[in-house]
Design a protein around this ligand. Structure first.
Ligand code: GDP
Length: 448
């Protein structure tokens, strides 16, 4: 969603790179470029103004003029200010001392509340909680059914009114769900409420009534990040009409500019707590302002990547590979390890999505990634599997005749074998620079 913003900021910082002292004119020019980038990304005008003012003040101050590397110092300042705009510290659910913790979802129709209810339940379950979904959206004929389906996908229970039995009063349903949770020992109750197509009085009143009836521990305002500046306006209307504790951004996988959604935390003064980025139950993350900022600034989102990796990786194998890479500077890291790592990475999802989280990914590189042919990865796998264990451990022994044999065995060309071996040696070089505490210059070793 933030591709254009990332590209523009990357270009701005590129202009600074290598500059020793920065003049006031340099700082002005940089501030102007950042301003344009943010406005083009649809960030709220008031937020942009404040942001630029803060950055200019700090850049003209001692922090930068006395820094050894002024341009890096500027990136650091922009990063810190961006984290601040995005809400500062990470904030997730505050659980009630006495269960159940009651979470109420509010927002416009189509914002993604019902989907989010499922994702939230799925996540809470993975964190060891036992959540109950509550269908208090009785406006849309199909809403109860939709929540039941979502509950099924999340593997949790759904509390809904029995047909014909007091149907139609969402406040009653919400209240009854708390008793149900008490009786059956659910420790979190997630109440899905009705949305309308636009902000209206009746909608606000109903949400406010449910809120009064169940006194939620957390009211989450769910908003579609694709709706632009309306996201900020709607957020304000719900803040005034219902009141909430935190914001959930949905549809971050869309191709809208998204800057407006990022302005909500600052404009309303409520933290963004979660982000939703797809239709699957797992397309859901705790929102970390500092990670989002570094992602926007092209510093990648290594922490999220690492967390995803941890979910998928075989710990023991990873630990061994890590040891070979970091402590031994790549020596002892053979093609067999390379293949293991590649297979684990593939389990994590499409390569293009993964590499997008790495630092230093500019537009051209991203385009390349989108062209990665996953089939090529299959070919690499075939080549490595055609090697003997000794060859995998020590590819230096791969002479011409061995390479010809491998090409034949894997149904590839000798040039492809050569290509892989060369890239592997380059990757090992990068590993040794990692081990020496330097950042790699590029990303060799990547297919494509
Ligand atoms: P509600 O009316 O607020 O309950 O919204 P729904 O949960 O019914 O979502 C409205 C539509 O948006 C549905 O088609 C969802 O599948 C879709 N949707 C929800 N969250 C996301 C998301 O994060 N990404 C995408 N691409 N679609 C989403």
């Amino acid at each position: 969603m933030f591709d254009t913003l990332q590209d523009r900021l990357a270009a701005t910082f590129k202009n600074l790179r290598g500059k020793g002292k920065l003049t006031e004119a340099d700082i002005d020019a940089t501030a102007r470029e950042i301003r344009i980038a943010l406005l083009e990304a649809d960030v709220n005008l008031g937020v942009v103004k404040e942001f630029i003012k803060n950055i200019k003040e700090r850049c003209l101050g001692a922090e930068v003029s006395e820094a050894l590397n002024p341009s890096q110092q500027i990136i650091k300042i922009v990063n810190e200010e961006l984290v601040d705009i995005l809400g500062g510290d990470t904030r997730t659910i505050r659980f009630a001392k006495k269960p159940p913790t009651v979470i109420m979802l509010a927002g416009l129709q189509g914002a993604g509340k019902t989907t989010l209810a499922g994702k939230l339940a799925h996540w809470l379950k993975s964190e060891g909680h036992s959540p109950l979904l509550v269908a208090a959206d009785l406006q849309r004929p199909n809403a109860v059914n939709q929540l039941q389906v979502v509950a099924g996908r999340a593997g949790v229970h759904c509390f809904a009114p029995e047909p014909g039995n007091g149907v139609g009063d969402p406040v009653q349903v919400a209240r009854a769900s708390i008793d149900e949770a008490d009786r059956r020992l659910y420790d979190v109750v997630i109440v899905d409420t009705a949305g309308r197509l636009g902000v209206d009085e009746v909608l606000m009143q109903q949400a406010a009534d449910i809120k009064a009836a169940v006194t939620p521990d957390e009211v989450l305002f769910v908003v579609d990040a694709m709706i632009g500046q309306d996201a900020v306006n709607t957020a304000q209307a719900f803040a005034d009409g219902v009141g909430y504790d935190g914001v959930v951004l949905t549809k971050l996988d869309g191709d809208a500019r998204g800057g407006a959604a990022l302005s909500i935390a600052r404009v309303i003064g409520k933290p963004i707590m979660f982000a939703s980025s797809g239709e699957g139950m797992k397309d859901f993350d705790v929102f970390h302002p500092e990670r989002m900022a570094s992602r926007i600034l092209g510093m990648g989102d290594m922490l999220t990547l690492i967390e995803q990796a941890e979910k998928t990786f075989d710990e023991e194998k990873s630990r061994k590979a890590h040891e070979k890479i970091v402590t031994k500077g790549g020596s002892g890291f053979g093609l067999g390890d390379f293949l293991e790592q590649m297979k684990m990475i593939r389990k994590m999802g499409p390569l293009s999505k993964l590499f997008g989280m790495l630092p230093g990914m500019d537009g051209a590189m991203k385009d390349q990634l989108n062209n990665i042919d996953e089939k090529e990865v299959d070919r690499i796998e075939a080549i490595i599997l055609s090697m003997t264990p000794a060859e995998r451990d020590d590819p230096k022994i791969l002479n011409g005749s061995r390479r010809a044999r491998i090409a034949k065995g894997s149904g590839t060309e000798v040039s492809e074998v050569n290509n892989l071996v060369n890239r592997f040696f380059e990757a090992r070089k990068v590993m040794s620079s990692f081990a020496n505490g330097q950042m790699p210059a590029g990303m060799p070793g990547m297919p494509g």
